[in-house]
Design a protein around this ligand. Structure first.
Ligand code: NAD
Length: 258
């Protein structure tokens, strides 16, 4: 089999949190295009159902929608059980749900801090460990986390200490789980995107006006598109990345290079 065929995901089953829109919708589409059956997991079940239908029609694969708040342990457990029941197993997952709240540190409320850490870091911990437990007990799997370039640099001019800290946490959690599970055939990797044109940026009144400023700082002079993150995730979910674990792929058009 050639390398491109080996990268296909035929027969594999997986889920994407925050899969209803943005980056998660794109990676779910990539997984299904590569042959996988996929669950779209999101708080917003109406949007998740629309997305699941759209991807199923486009790819001919089984794509289901599952409502889940990734910050709630019982909901994440029930979600993983449902993925296994509806798709017949679990080979990979993309822990991607996340939010951004911007406020100067001295004005950020503890509630705002907790909300960001809860979704971006605690949610990934729950998703990874609950899905990982299933994978450890069933022969292995591949976990992909969405971190961010914000875990590697401090973005300016917007103040976002909670977001930056949460994403640095995701990068280090990724490496910790990769080492713990390295001999047990469960791989854990992260993607760290730069600025990507999704609702997280475009629909955020505090962030959207900054796009021109960011583009002026960006070597490529533009935002990334969510589609530009698909292929790395298909690679990580599949069987050509078997020596790739504990890696954190910064995909930012060279934004963090200087
Ligand atoms: P988005 O706002 O377009 O989509 C996020 C999705 O997550 C939404 O569908 C939302 O309903 C869902 N979600 C939020 N909280 C949830 C919860 N508790 N449980 C389940 N689902 C929940 O954002 P996006 O840009 O696609 O971001 C996806 C991930 O990528 C996030 O982790 C974000 O931090 C990260 N990221 C985004 C950028 C960017 O510039 N857009 C850059 C780097 C990293």
């Amino acid at each position: 089999m050639g390398i491109i065929e080996s990268m296909r995901l035929d027969g594999k089953k997986g889920f994407v949190t925050g899969g209803a829109r943005g980056i998660g919708k794109c990676t779910a589409t990539g997984f299904a295009e590569a042959g996988a059956e996929v669950a779209i997991v999101d708080l917003d079940i109406d949007e998740a159902e629309k997305t699941a239908k759209e991807i199923a029609e486009k790819t001919g694969r089984k794509v289901v929608a599952i409502k889940c708040d990734c910050t709630k342990e019982d909901e994440v457990k029930a979600m993983v059980d449902k993925v296994v029941a509806e798709l017949g197993g679990l080979d990979f997952c993309h822990a991607n749900a996340g939010i951004c709240i911007n406020a100067p540190a001295e004005e950020m409320t503890f509630d705002q801090w907790n909300k960001v850490i809860n979704i971006n870091l605690n949610g990934v911990f729950l998703t990874d460990t609950i899905a990982g437990k299933y994978m450890l007990e069933h022969g292995g799997g591949s976990i992909i986390n969405t971190a961010s370039m914000s875990g590697h640099i401090v973005n300016v001019p917007q103040p976002q200490c909670a977001y930056n800290a949460s994403k640095a946490g995701v990068s280090q959690l990724t490496k910790s789980l990769a080492v713990e599970w390295a001999k047990k055939n469960v791989r854990v990797n992260a993607i760290s995107p730069g600025y990507i044109g999704t609702d997280l940026v475009l629909a955020n009144k505090g962030l959207a006006p900054l796009i021109d400023k960011w583009n002026a700082m960006a070597p490529m002079g533009r935002l990334g598109k969510p589609e530009e993150l698909e292929s790395i995730c298909v690679y990580l979910a599949g069987d050509t990345s078997t020596f790739t674990t504990g890696s954190d792929f910064i995909i930012d058009g060279a934004f963090t290079c200087f």
